[in-house]
Write a protein that binds this ligand. Structure first.
Ligand SMILES: NC(=O)C1=CN([C@@H]2O[C@H](COP(=O)(O)OP(=O)(O)OC[C@H]3O[C@@H](n4cnc5c(N)ncnc54)[C@H](O)[C@@H]3O)[C@@H](O)[C@H]2O)[C@@H](O)CC1
Ligand SMILES: [K+]
Length: 551
C-alpha cells in the first residue's frame, strides 16, 4: 500500500486517513479485529475452564489442543532464545533448556514444548517433581522418555541450564506450594537463569495474582489463549516479567458465550486510539470544544494546579478556566496564559476558602477539583457537589469527601473519583480488603456511591456505574512520583469536558501511562518528572499514531 507523508504523519493517499491499514483485504481485517478483541478480554480460571469445555464439547480433542498450544509455545521460546547451533556468534543463543513439569495439563504443555525443542536441536533436561500425573501428561512423559530425553533426578540441577521452562502449575493450582516444591522454586528464583512460565508463573493464583506459598519469578510469561486476571494485579508484577499472549484461535463465539457482556476488559492501544485524538468538526469553535474549570492550588501546594492545567491543555479543550487563591492568580496567569484565571478568597493559610458567588459552575462542561487545595477547602467541596456539573475529584478533595455526608451518592450528574490506595481506604474502608482484587474493590465502591472510581496503582483500574471495569495493563513505575497524578486529573477533566463520556477516563489513563513510558525510554525512569511528562503527552501520542499507521 503506497503511503504519502503529510506533516510528518503517514496518511492514506486514497482517503487521507491516518490509518492506511483500513484498505487491507477484508479477511485480514477480520483476523486483525479478532486479535484486537482478544487482547481486551480478561478471564478467571473458572471462565477459562468453561471456555475450554465448550471447545472440547464441540469436538476439538484435548490432546490436539495441547499439541497445538505446545507447538506455539515452543516456537515463541525458540524466537526468544534461539538454539546455539555453533555456527553463529550473534545474539543470546542457548543450548540447554531445563523443563519443570507438573502433574496437570500445564505439565502436559511443558512436555510437548520439551519434545518440540528437542527435535529442533536443543539439549533438553526434564524435571518432574511429582510422579502422579493426569493421563495425557503421563502419556507425553512416557513418549518423551522413549525419545531418550534426559530426566533429571534432582531439581536443583535446573540451575545449571541456560533457560528454564516453568510448566509446574497453571490455572489448576489449588493450594499453597509447600515443602520440597517450595524449596525448589525458591532455589530457581535465587539463581540468575531466565525462566519462561507457561500460562502463569507457578504459584500465582490465577484470579487474584496472590502468591500461594511461593511463586516462580518469571522472565517471560506466555499466557495461553486469554489474559488471566491474576497477571493484571499489582501483586503479580514481581513474578510475571514480560507477559505476552499465545493466541491459539479460541472461537470468539465461545468466549462471548461464557463472558457475556464482559465485566472486565484490558485497555489496549486500539481501544484507546478509538477515542484519541478527539475529532474536531471542521466548523467547530472554542465554545463547542468543551469548557473545563480546574479548581486547586494553595500557598503550600502552589504548583499542582499548573500541572493539572498542562494536562488539560494537551487535550485541546476549547476553553480553560482555573480557580486559585487570589494570591496565586498572577503567577498562574504567567504559567497558563491561555486560561481564564479566577482569584478566589483565601484562608489565612493560603487555601481557597470558598468560590466567588458570581462563578456559575453550571456553565462548565467539567470541573476538576482537588490538587493542592489542602483539607481546609471543605466549603468549596460543598459548592461543587451542589452544582449540576460533571466533577472530577482528586487528592485533597477525596480526603474531604471521606469526611462529608453521603448526600452526594448517586449524584444525577457524573462524578469521577481518582483515589490512590490510601485515599481509597479512607473513602471506602468497607471495600479496602486484602481478600478483594483492586478491580473488585473499585467495582463495589462505584456501585455503592454511583460514581466512576479510578483506583490508581501499577495497574490502574476504572470501575463504571454499570459494574464494568477497565484495567490499564501497561505502565511504568516512573510515574510513581509526586505531581504525575495532577497531570492525569487535567487529562481526565479536559477530555471529559469535550466528550462527556466515561470512555474518556480509560483513554486518559492509557495516554498518561504511555507518555510515561515514552519519556522513560528517552530519558530513563528518572527523567519522568511531571513537567516533562506534561510536555511529552502530545509527542507520545503522535509517535504511537505514526507507529500504528505504518504497521
Ligand atoms: N485453557 C485451555 O484452553 C488450555 C489449557 N491448557 C493448559 O492446562 C493448564 C491447566 O491444566 P490443569 O487444569 O490440569 O491444571 P494445572 O496443570 O495447573 O495443575 C493441576 C494439578 O496440580 C495439582 N495441584 C494443584 N495445586 C497443587 C499444589 N499446591 N501442590 C501439588 N499439587 C497441586 C492438582 O491436584 C492437579 O493435579 C493451563 O494452565 C494450561 O497450561 C493447555 O493444555 C491447552 C488449552
Ligand atoms: K506455569
Amino acid at each position: 500500500m503506497p503511503e504519502s507523508i503529510l506533516s510528518g504523519i503517514l496518511v492514506c493517499p486514497i482517503c487521507m486517513s491516518a490509518f492506511p491499514s483500513h484498505h487491507i483485504p477484508r479477511w485480514q481485517q477480520r483476523v486483525q479485529s479478532r486479535k484486537t478483541r482478544l487482547q481486551q478480554f480478561v478471564v478467571t480460571a473458572q471462565q477459562m475452564q468453561a471456555i475450554e469445555s465448550r471447545i472440547f464439547a464441540s469436538g476439538m480433542p484435548v490432546a490436539a489442543l495441547m499439541e497445538k498450544v505446545g507447538g506455539l509455545i515452543a516456537r515463541r521460546i525458540q524466537a526468544l532464545y534461539p538454539c546455539d547451533d555453533r555456527r553463529s556468534v550473534v545474539g543470546h543463543r542457548i543450548s540447554q533448556i531445563g523443563v519443570l513439569v507438573g502433574p496437570g495439563h500445564n505439565g502436559g504443555d511443558a512436555l510437548v514444548v520439551a519434545r518440540e525443542l528437542f527435535s529442533r536441536g536443543y539439549r533438553v533436561n526434564v524435571f518432574r517433581p511429582l510422579t502422579k500425573a493426569k493421563s495425557l501428561t503421563q502419556d507425553h512423559f512416557q513418549y518423551l522418555q522413549s525419545l531418550g530425553i534426559p530426566v533429571l533426578e534432582n531439581g536443583l540441577a535446573l540451575a545449571n541450564q541456560d533457560v528454564i521452562v516453568d510448566g509446574l502449575f497453571g490455572f489448576g493450582l489449588e493450594r499453597p506450594i509447600e515443602g520440597e516444591l517450595k524449596t525448589l522454586l525458591d532455589h530457581i528464583n535465587s539463581v540468575s537463569v531466565p525462566v519462561v512460565s507457561i500460562d502463569i508463573p507457578s504459584g500465582l493464583h490465577c484470579d487474584t495474582g496472590q502468591v500461594l506459598g511461593t511463586a516462580i519469578q518469571a522472565t517471560h510469561t506466555l499466557c495461553l489463549g486469554l489474559w488471566k486476571s491474576g497477571l493484571l494485579q499489582d501483586s503479580a508484577l514481581d513474578y510475571v516479567g514480560q507477559a505476552s499472549l499465545i493466541d491459539f484461535d479460541i472461537p470468539l463465539k465461545d468466549i462471548e458465550a461464557v463472558l457475556g457482556t464482559p465485566d472486565m476488559l484490558r485497555i489496549t492501544s486500539q481501544s484507546a486510539l478509538s477515542q484519541l485524538p478527539l475529532k474536531r468538526p471542521p466548523d467547530t469553535h472554542k465554545y463547542r470544544q468543551g469548557h473545563a474549570l480546574l479548581i486547586g492550588g494553595s500557598q503550600r501546594y502552589a504548583g499542582s494546579i499548573v500541572l493539572v492545567a498542562r494536562g488539560a491543555r494537551a487535550t485541546g479543550v476549547g476553553m480553560l478556566s482555573i480557580a486559585v487563591p487570589q494570591s496565586l492568580k498572577s503567577w498562574v496567569v504567567s504559567q497558563v496564559p491561555e486560561a481564564l484565571v479566577i482569584g478566589c478568597p483565601e484562608t489565612d493559610a493560603g487555601a481557597i476558602s470558598h468560590l466567588p458567588a458570581e462563578l456559575l459552575l453550571e456553565q462548565f462542561d467539567a470541573v476538576a477539583y482537588g490538587p493542592g487545595v489542602t483539607t481546609e477547602a471543605s466549603i468549596v467541596l460543598q459548592q461543587v457537589l451542589e452544582s449540576q456539573c460533571p466533577l472530577v475529584l482528586d487528592a485533597d478533595a477525596l480526603s474531604l469527601l471521606a469526611q462529608a455526608e453521603s448526600t452526594w451518592h448517586h449524584r444525577s450528574v457524573p462524578i469521577i473519583l481518582t483515589p490512590h490506595p490510601g485515599e481509597f481506604r479512607r473513602l471506602f474502608p468497607d471495600f479496602a480488603q486484602a481478600s478483594l482484587t483492586k478491580a473488585e474493590m473499585a467495582r463495589r465502591a462505584a456501585q455503592e456511591v454511583g460514581a466512576i472510581v479510578l483506583l490508581k496503582g501499577a495497574r490502574t483500574v476504572i470501575a463504571d456505574l454499570d459494574g464494568s471495569v477497565l484495567v490499564n495493563p501497561e505502565s511504568t513505575p516512573a510515574l510513581a512520583r509526586g505531581g504525575s497524578g495532577d497531570v492525569l486529573t487535567g487529562l481526565i477533566g479536559g477530555l471529559f469536558a469535550q466528550t462527556q463520556k466515561s470512555e474518556a477516563v480509560g483513554a486518559a489513563v492509557w495516554w498518561h501511562a504511555q507518555a510515561g513510558r515514552f519519556v522513560a525510554q528517552a530519558a530513563t525512569e528518572m527523567g519522568v518528572d511531571p513537567m516533562t511528562l506534561s510536555e511529552q503527552l502530545l509527542p507520545a501520542l503522535q509517535s504511537i499514531l505514526q507507529a500504528e499507521a505504518s504497521s
